[in-house]
Write a protein that binds this ligand. Structure first.
Ligand code: ATP
Length: 224
């Protein structure tokens, strides 16, 4: 087991307590994603997918277990350390768009690059990245002028702004029409084909078909 795999999750637990009520959302989940691999996590509503991906992204803290991102421990670290690791190693694809409305597409990408503080030599030129995603002609437009497909691409450009080791997308295709869903999955697939590790949650057959490997969560437990 290599220490510098883009993602390693070991025996992850997450309890939620709300008053008297306790929910065990993750019960000893382990998984790994290799460079260039597209892993889909599927499972019924409430099975723990969002909880798992939030812990991986460091926006939530697990109750037990360990998460390693590109050889760095993400779990049980202060929020500021998790945010720094997220900026350097992770690209997050948000369900709602992750763009600032008053900035153009290219300004959004450049802002993500300034905040991410990744190794500058690895960071793609912002316009090259937009060209790769078919958005070169939209660089100067604000999000309100983009179609839903272009918005999804622009969100992905922000996620890829710092050449992340791992892209995490929680149900990225949830609200999208079929053509835009196919578009987003094709782009995530090509990220994996260029060597990035990709972790996606989702229900659809298209997500399952696009992935190299599909794992199923049920009631917080990864199914064999
Ligand atoms: N902040 C919270 N407080 C209390 N319980 C929570 C919280 N977040 C999630 N849960 C519970 O944890 C379990 C897993 O939820 P989670 O959102 O991770 O599932 P999911 O598989 O992503 O569902 P969906 O497909 O509907 O998004 C559920 O029982 C949910 O009610």
């Amino acid at each position: 087991m290599s220490a510098d795999r883009p993602l390693r999750v070991e025996r992850l637990y997450r309890f939620y307590r709300a008053g008297e009520e306790e929910t065990l959302a993750l019960r000893g989940v382990s998984l790994q994603v290799s460079a260039g691999e597209f892993l889909a996590v599927t499972g019924p509503s409430g099975s723990g997918k969002t909880t798992l991906l939030s812990c991986v992204a460091g926006t939530d803290e697990p109750s037990g277990g360990t998460i390693w991102i590109a050889g760095h421990r993400m779990s049980h670290r202060p929020a500021a350390v998790r945010a720094r690791l997220r900026g350097r190693h992770l690209g997050l694809v948000a369900q709602e768009n992750n763009l600032f409305d008053h900035l153009s597409v290219i300004q959004n990408v450049r802002l993500a690059q300034r905040l991410g503080a990744a190794d500058r030599r690895q960071v793609p030129a912002s316009l090259d990245l937009l060209d790769q995603l078919g958005l070169g002609g939209r660089a100067g437009d604000v999000p309100a002028r983009l179609s839903s497909g272009e918005l999804a691409r622009a969100g992905l450009a922000v996620a890829l702004a710092n050449a992340p080791d791992l892209v995490v997308a929680d149900e990225p295709t949830g609200e999208l029409d079929q053509a835009t869903e196919d578009d987003v999955l094709t782009l995530l697939r090509s990220c994996a084909d260029r060597g990035t590790a990709v972790l996606v949650s989702g229900h659809s057959d298209a997500v399952r078909r696009t992935a190299d490997r599909v794992l199923t969560l049920a009631d917080g437990v990864m199914q064999p």
